[in-house]
Write a protein that binds this ligand. Structure first.
Ligand SMILES: Nc1nc(=O)c2c([nH]1)NC[C@@H]1CN(c3ccc(C(=O)N[C@@H](CCC(=O)O)C(=O)O)cc3)CN21
Ligand SMILES: O=c1ccn([C@H]2C[C@H](O)[C@@H](COP(=O)(O)O)O2)c(=O)[nH]1
Length: 283
């Protein structure tokens, strides 16, 4: 939690105003942030200086694992987070590739589970990683990448957290995740939880011990209409100790994640937090 607040404070103190054409809003911006999550000791990196809707964050990531391309499927799991990008962004609404209401196009999990090859076949990146790690193999290229520049125009948004690389040292599993663009008040609240939970889940289904998760962010920003709430409300609060994440131990395979897992299979124990803060969202 401290590292999150330090990043927010750094943006407030040292950030530079940058115009953003896509949203039409200015962002107070810093370049480069490195966050580390201790998954080995289950220090769940949830925000405590406001209420965090952590189930929606995990639901969103489970949707990526399943390769969903439709905001309605995300809603069924418990995340409304893709409604606006799928249905309210004019550039995407005008795009002939959009297949109708709720379609997100070839984003995130679609690339992760069905990257298109020139011969028409697809590559399931996640399956390969799970198979390798389960057999104790780290070929130094256990990479799940959602960033496919050749298909940017076929999706509603370029992936923000676009690369997850797994590493094995003995029987301990590590994760390094890269993010090109980060909405710190809204997105990072979710992304921290997602990086942590992804490592915990992958360790569980491959029979490894979870180690540390390393989260590397390039452009970290606060939108102009979020600044006051961050500076004058959230940053004035004192954080509570971090709670624990409990994952149903019956989740043992990638197939389990793809088929029956719901948000009831996740619990956060000992979560103490301040009042909710509703930050504006930019489409
Ligand atoms: N501008 C922007 N910021 C983002 O963080 C973001 C995007 N766009 N587009 C794609 C995804 C969608 N994500 C989102 C979208 C909405 C919330 C959000 O509104 N969160 C609220 C309430 C969540 C709820 O009620 O379930 C929050 O207070 O955290 C968070 C992340 C993260 N991403
Ligand atoms: O997981 C996510 C997804 C999105 N974001 C934020 C970062 C930016 O504020 C917008 C994306 O806008 P771009 O113009 O494509 O950079 O969404 C996030 O923080 N986390």
């Amino acid at each position: 939690m401290r590292q999150y607040l330090d990043l927010c404070q750094r943006i407030v103190d040292e950030g530079v105003w940058v115009e953003n054409r896509r949203t039409g809003k200015r962002c107070l911006t810093v370049i480069n942030a490195d966050l580390t999550y201790n998954v080995a000791d289950n220090e769940f990196p949830i925000i405590t200086t406001r209420k965090s809707y952590w189930k929606a964050a995990i639901a969103e990531f489970l949707g990526y694992i399943r390769g969903y391309d439709n905001a309605a499927d995300f809603r069924k799991l418990g995340a409304k987070t893709w409604d606006a990008n799928a249905n309210e962004n004019q550039a995407w609404l005008n795009n002939p590739a959009r297949k109708g209401t709720d379609d997100m196009g070839r984003v995130y999990g679609v690339q992760g589970r069905a990257w298109r090859k020139p011969n028409g076949e697809t590559v399931d990146q996640l399956r390969k990683i799970v198979d390798d790690l389960s057999r104790g193999i780290d070929d130094r290229g256990e990479i799940l990448t959602f960033l496919n520049p050749g298909e940017f125009d076929l999706g509603c948004l370029r992936p923000c957290m676009y690369n997850h690389t797994f590493s094995l040292l003995g029987d301990t599993l590590y994760l390094t995740s890269y993010q090109r663009s980060c909405d710190v008040p809204l997105g990072l609240n979710f992304n921290q939880i997602q990086v942590f939970t992804f490592l915990a889940l992958m360790a569980q289904i491959t029979g490894k011990k979870p180690g540390q998760a390393y989260h590397k962010i390039v452009n970290a920003h606060i939108y102009e209409d979020q600044l006051e709430l961050m500076r004058d409300v959230q940053l004035k609060r004192q954080p509570f100790p971090s709670p624990k994440l409990e994952i149903n131990p019956d989740i043992k395979t990638l197939k389990d994640l793809e088929t029956w897992v719901t948000m009831d299979d996740f619990k956060v124990v000992g979560y103490e937090c301040h009042e909710p803060i509703k930050y504006p969202f930019s489409v």
